[in-house]
Design a protein around this ligand. Structure first.
Ligand code: ZN
Length: 160
């Protein structure tokens, strides 16, 4: 069975940046399971997997535009420290979820200057070329329930 829309696809993957550093990997874990064609994974990887079958391996280099986007300077903003009431210590590298008009957004503190905190709302992997080493381990049809929920059930997915 080949990867196409509405198939459940299981992959093992290792993600490295252009410096060869491993950013993420499924090694030692269950394979990642996703429903093809629903935007569950980044577009560049989804496109590369189309038509593949269980046992196929691929190496794909995905530019930021097909991954987590280019780094947008407009998403860097300064907020007063008082916005973080309840947080004892505010340090660069800390991440918070905030509510924005587009939904939940992950922001990273990049600098603290006195009473001002500089936040970056870009995805931590924005502007990064993503090099995936992928092995397809299984392809199956999605169930009607999985398609209705928009995620995989059972092994590698949601248990509910
Ligand atoms: Zn569900």
């Amino acid at each position: 069975m080949q990867v196409s829309a509405q198939k459940v696809v299981f992959i093992h993957y290792t993600l490295t940046n252009d410096e060869g550093e491993v950013i993420d990997s499924s090694e030692g874990l269950e394979p990642l399971a996703y429903i093809h064609g629903q935007g569950n994974i980044i577009p560049g990887l989804e496109n590369a997997l189309l038509g593949k079958s269980a046992g196929d391996r691929l190496n794909v280099s995905i530019p930021p535009e097909q991954g987590y986007g280019l780094h947008d300077k407009e998403l860097i903003q300064a907020v007063p420290k008082s916005a973080f009431h309840g947080v004892d210590e505010i340090l660069p590298g800390m991440q918070f979820h905030t509510e924005s008009p587009e939904g939940a957004q992950l922001v990273t503190i990049i600098e603290v200057q006195g009473d001002t905190v500089i936040l970056d709302g870009n995805h931590p992997l924005s502007g990064t070329t993503l090099n995936f080493d992928v092995e397809v381990t299984e392809v199956r049809d999605a169930t009607a329930e999985e398609l209705a929920h928009g995620h995989v059930h059972g092994e590698g997915g949601h248990h509910h």
